[in-house]
Design a binder for this molecule. Structure first.
Ligand code: SAM
Ligand code: SF4
Length: 321
């Protein structure tokens, strides 16, 4: 469906849990707020929302969190969503810590893509930034995901003075493994400090200096705003998601559904529609509520320095990054 500015909205990112097995410094260093299971949408409720959203033209779903693979039955949900009329694509974003044990299930459930977060290739740094994660686990997961044949991508968030010296190593990993590596600018969500972020303009400068033959790749790689670059003769590409410095709101195609049932039309703003009361009503009433929530999507984010602080104060894990 179209929103009030005429943008086609066909993609929903769904957080299925606020919980996580890691404690990333810029995401939830102190863990997530305690939320009881009764406040969290059940899988049946998520399935129903997706079935109704599909009637409005939502055809692509991303399962995220928190860490989606810590919630039991995540792969069954993916299987069920894949079987939903009108849903063409279901993908997942994970930190990869326990992905190896789920790869076969994800593949057989029909997952169309796996995005794995990896900010550093240094084991000590990894343990520090993730609050105890093991680099070895995620590297094994990347290999298993790539070998499974399910489209695999890496997401990296750079921070000045921490991992901004790893741009080339991370990009190289993608070229070697023939998978896309995307650099996402640090966003002022929750406790993240945007002054620590590294602009993708700087990332591109570093990449071009090392690989002057890097070329803009116009082929479609996914649903998002990433701008891709390729080296001739290689399969992996580098994607730049310029969440702060890029102006991609005019082409935004997405809404979010939080684990507690809020339709959040823009990542930046706290406002959204609590969809839970409509789950007690007919599909028609639910559809009308979803339509209204999506239609009112704001024109653009508020991640500029002047406005920083006016945005959503919840953690990324609560919003569904
Ligand atoms: N736990 C999963 C993971 O880490 O991939 C899924 C949820 S996590 C919130 C999704 C993505 O959001 C991760 O790639 C993470 O690095 C990114 N993220 C978290 N906080 C962020 C921030 N403040 N700015 C930019 N990206 C952020
Ligand atoms: Fe967990 Fe992902 Fe947040 Fe890290 S970024 S704490 S892995 S939800």
């Amino acid at each position: 469906m179209k929103d009030q500015f005429g943008r086609t909205i066909d993609y929903m990112r769904i957080s299925i849990t606020d919980r996580c097995n890691l404690r990333c410094k810029y995401c939830m260093p102190d863990g997530c707020a305690k939320v009881s299971m009764s406040q969290i949408l059940t899988y049946e409720e998520i399935e129903r929302i997706c079935r109704v959203a599909a009637r409005l033209g939502i055809s692509k779903i991303k399962i995220t969190g928190g860490e989606p693979l810590v919630r039991l039955g995540c792969t069954d949900l993916i299987r069920s969503l894949k079987a939903t009329d009108g849903i063409d694509e279901v993908t997942i974003t994970t930190n990869g810590q326990n992905l190896c044990q789920y790869i076969d299930e994800l593949k057989s459930a029909g997952a169309d893509g796996i995005n794995i977060s990896l900010d550093t290739l240094d084991a000590e740094r990894y343990e520090y930034i993730t609050g105890g994660g093991r680099l070895e686990n995620v590297l094994q997961a990347i290999d298993a995901a790539a070998a499974s044949g399910v489209r695999t991508k890496l997401n990296c968030v750079l921070q000045a003075g921490f991992n901004d010296d790893e741009v080339l190593r991370l990009a190289e990993l993608g070229f070697q493994k023939e998978i896309d590596v995307r650099f996402i600018e640090l966003m002022p969500i929750g406790i993240a400090d945007p002054s620590q972020g590294v602009s993708n303009e700087e990332v591109l400068r570093i990449l071009m200096e090392r690989w002057p033959d890097l070329q803009r790749d116009e082929t479609v790689h996914g649903n998002g705003p990433a701008i891709y670059y390729k080296r001739p003769g290689t399969d992996g590409a580098v994607g730049l998601i310029s969440a702060i410095h890029g102006v991609f709101c005019a082409g935004c195609n997405r809404v979010r559904l939080t684990s507690q049932g809020q339709i959040k039309p823009c990542l930046c703003f706290e406002e959204g529609t609590d969809i839970k009361p409509y789950l007690q009503q007919s599909d028609e009433a639910l559809e009308a509520a979803l339509r209204d929530a999506i239609y009112r999507k704001p024109a653009a984010h508020c991640f500029t320095e002047e406005q920083f602080g006016s945005g959503d104060q919840r953690l990324m894990s609560q919003i569904g990054g």
